[in-house]
Design a protein around this ligand. Structure first.
Ligand SMILES: *Cc1c(COP(=O)(O)O)cnc(C)c1O
Length: 404
């Protein structure tokens, strides 16, 4: 009998989305008429189709695979040079130098943020924000690591800051944050970078929502902060940027400056280790998808992506304006597709879920699903249609007017 990885016993049952689906279906079955009115604003997936230049590039990729002269087998381990160069040029447009040799193309940021634990030992002090994207906590629990939560609260605007009296070795940061939509300023990120350097720690920076950042003083990359290449790995994804949730492509930057000493005094490069890890356990992203990804970063590609993001942002504004009028406190919604609001009248998040479902047939995501600190909050997303979002907000106005 195999001995199993019993760390899996320590995972919390991930019932968030199944519980939402279950409660929604049960309600619709009991109330067929009202069930037909349900609007889903809990969705964490994009809905706008791929841009035209991306589609063209994907088609070209497919055609190339059909001819012996242009057929592609296994690609270069880190990704095609053209794709990595296009990403490096995209960084440059935002004023940041990233060496294409530090970029690794992958099938998405979920795999990379989860797999990165392969590079680290099991006795690190690991800081993880709460609430946050659950992958960081679960991937650490799966390999037996202890984690220390750093709480997001109304006091810190859901942007936990370093505590100089506490040592850390590994720090996860998600900015703009899923689920809170909160986004660190450059000055705040500099505090984290200074803290990481003082502690010889590594920052694992998830920038999956960088393309949503529109406020000028908010950085889209940790490398906007001087010194960050000495302490930070950055994860990016085309999922929310370019609607690639189903197409699959992301990229991770592991600067060659990230060199640490092993216990025997030998120097180890995280870039070399990640290269070894990926070339051992991952065989790259398809040529076709990398052609599409390259097109995302062309001038026209960026314009098309921003058009879709603009559509989502219009939804976010409708939600934000409504909550403002109703005097419901919220975070996010400007440089993020997420709106994170405080459940009115002291409700807990699952209570709020039932209340909204039963009274106005609007479905969102209870904050408790993202960590203990989310239990009195609720996430709405702007990934629905404009019509549905506006209708849902009309119902919010009727439900909460004068009641909050
Ligand atoms: C959606 C999301 C990702 C992207 O994951 P992919 O695997 O690239 O689709 C990464 N991090 C966060 C915080 C996300 O919300």
């Amino acid at each position: 009998m195999p001995r199993l990885n019993e760390n899996y016993l320590n995972l919390k049952e991930s019932y968030l989305f199944s519980e939402i689906a279950h409660r929604t279906a049960a309600y619709a079955k009991k109330n067929p008429e009202k069930g037909a009115r349900i609007i889903r604003l809990g969705i964490g997936d994009v809905t706008r189709p791929l841009g035209k230049v991306v589609l063209e590039a994907l088609h070209e990729g497919v055609d190339a695979m059909g001819k012996a002269e242009t057929f592609h087998g296994y690609g270069p381990e880190q990704g095609y040079a053209e794709t990595r160069n296009a990403i490096s040029a995209y960084y440059k447009k935002n004023g940041i130098e990233v060496d294409p040799g530090d970029i690794f193309i992958s099938d998405g940021a979920k795999s990379d943020t989860g797999n990165i634990t392969d590079l680290f030992g099991h006795d690190n002090v690991i800081l993880i924000p709460d609430p946050v994207y659950p992958v960081y906590v679960d991937s650490n629990i799966m390999c037996g690591n202890q984690v220390t939560y750093i709480a997001g609260t109304t006091e810190n605007n859901f942007l936990p800051m370093p505590d100089p009296s506490q040592h850390a070795d590994i720090i996860y940061i998600c900015s703009p944050n899923n689920p809170t939509g909160a986004c660190y300023t450059k000055a705040q990120l500099k505090e984290w970078v200074d803290y990481a350097i003082a502690n010889q720690a590594v920052i694992l920076f998830d920038s999956a929502y960088e393309a949503f950042v529109s406020e000028p003083d908010l950085p889209r990359s940790i490398y906007a902060v001087e010194g960050a290449k000495k302490c930070a790995i950055e994860f990016c994804s085309l999922s929310k940027t370019a609607g690639f949730t189903g197409t699959r492509c992301g990229y991770t930057v592991v600067p060659k400056e990230l060199v640490f000493q092993a216990s025997n005094g030998q120097e180890m490069s995280l870039n070399a280790m990640w290269n070894r890890r990926q070339s051992t356990k991952f065989n790259g992203v398809s040529y076709i998808v990398q052609k599409g990804a390259e097109a995302v970063f062309s001038e026209e590609g960026i314009r098309e992506c921003q058009e879709n993001i603009g559509y989502y942002k219009k939804n976010a504004k409708v939600i934000a304006d409504t909550l403002t009028r109703l005097n419901i406190r919220f975070f996010g919604g400007i440089s993020s597709p997420y709106i994170w609001f405080e459940c009115p009248n002291g409700m807990e998040s699952w209570e709020c879920f039932d209340y909204l479902l039963e009274n106005i047939q609007v479905v969102g995501t209870p904050g408790a699903g993202f960590g203990e600190s989310g239990k009195n909050y609720f996430r709405l997303t702007s990934f629905g249609t404009y019509e549905n979002t506006s209708e849902a907000m009309k119902r919010f106005e009727e439900l909460f007017a004068g009641k909050n």
